[in-house]
Design a protein around this ligand. Structure first.
Ligand SMILES: [Zn+2]
Length: 297
């Protein structure tokens, strides 16, 4: 037994076979390791390419913003107290105020509440590159305030910072200020359909004449200064129920929600940025022209 095993071990052919088998196993193992390394490298490369392309898309989107927009963002982020910040140039404000010269004293009696939609953890809608509705509504609301204040109108903001407020808290701010008009600024969203685009306004389903007139004028003013946008008109109630009102229209005063383009439409997003200051002016003009008409006595 002992001697036969020894003989087998010493057998040069068996030895050669064993060596061959060992070499084959090493070759196979090396091959597998190389394959595994290649697969890992490929995955890493793929992740890097995907990351890069999404970054460059973001950069492209950022770069396409007018300078004023990125400055506004950075000034907003850097400022501790933004009450005094100016987002519209003095020359634009002066030009706007001149349209109402001689009437300014009459504006002193009016209070307008401007509501920047969403805020805090409620980001609202989002563009496909991650820009949030709450940022855009706040900047636009502040610009509208600047225009209105240049006329001497008393402007109350529901928020001037990135804070979360319930609809009730927003309504309370407008009510407590005895506002004549409440204008809530939003951007729209229609998931998955790029071609749904344009501006629209929502008012109480009782169709108050004043609210319809101001909202119509605001939409007309916006298309007047930035005419490459679809005007979807003034609607009442809400999308799901014409008899159920949106929260911000559940107030005694004249109120409206202005939806300034769809965040799901890249066309609207570019339009919104390109004409941002003019849109603010158009909203302010719609309010100023009518506030005197309806509330002066
Ligand atoms: Zn919104």
């Amino acid at each position: 037994m002992e001697s036969s095993r020894k003989r087998k071990e010493d057998d040069p052919i068996a030895l050669l076979r064993r060596k061959k088998r060992k070499r084959r196993m090493i070759r196979e193992l090396t091959g597998r390791i190389i394959l595994l390394v290649n697969v890992i490298l490929f995955i890493v490369l793929l992740v890097m390419v995907v990351k890069n392309s999404s970054n460059s898309r973001k950069m492209k989107e950022q770069n396409s913003l007018p300078d004023s927009w990125s400055n506004e963002k950075s000034s907003k982020e850097n400022s501790e107290d933004d009450e005094e910040e100016s987002l519209i140039s003095d020359s634009k404000i002066d030009k706007f105020a001149q349209m109402y010269s001689g009437k300014k004293d009459s504006f002193l009696n009016y209070t307008v509440c401007i509501d920047a939609g969403h805020g805090g953890s409620d980001c609202g809608a989002k563009t496909n590159t991650g820009i949030e509705e709450k940022e855009q509504t706040l900047i636009l609301a502040k610009k509208v305030r600047q225009y209105l204040e240049s006329l001497g109108i008393n402007v109350v903001m529901t928020r001037t910072k990135d804070v979360e407020l319930s609809l009730e808290e927003r309504r309370d701010i407008a009510n407590n200020a005895n506002a004549d008009v409440l204008v809530s600024i939003h951007r729209n969203m229609y998931n998955g359909l790029e071609k749904i685009a344009g501006i629209e306004a929502w008012i109480n389903n009782s169709e108050p004449y004043e609210a319809r007139k101001i909202a119509e004028d605001i939409l007309d003013n916006i298309t007047g200064c930035a005419d490459d946008i679809n005007n979807r008109g003034v609607k009442s109630g809400s999308m799901d129920d014409p008899y159920e009102n949106f929260g911000m229209n559940k107030v005694e005063m004249t109120s409206m929600i202005i939806e300034v383009g769809f965040m799901s439409s890249s066309y609207d997003n570019h339009w919104f940025r390109r004409h941002n200051d003019d849109i603010a002016e158009a909203i302010a003009k719609g309010i100023a022209d009518n506030v005197m008409l309806f509330y002066y006595n």
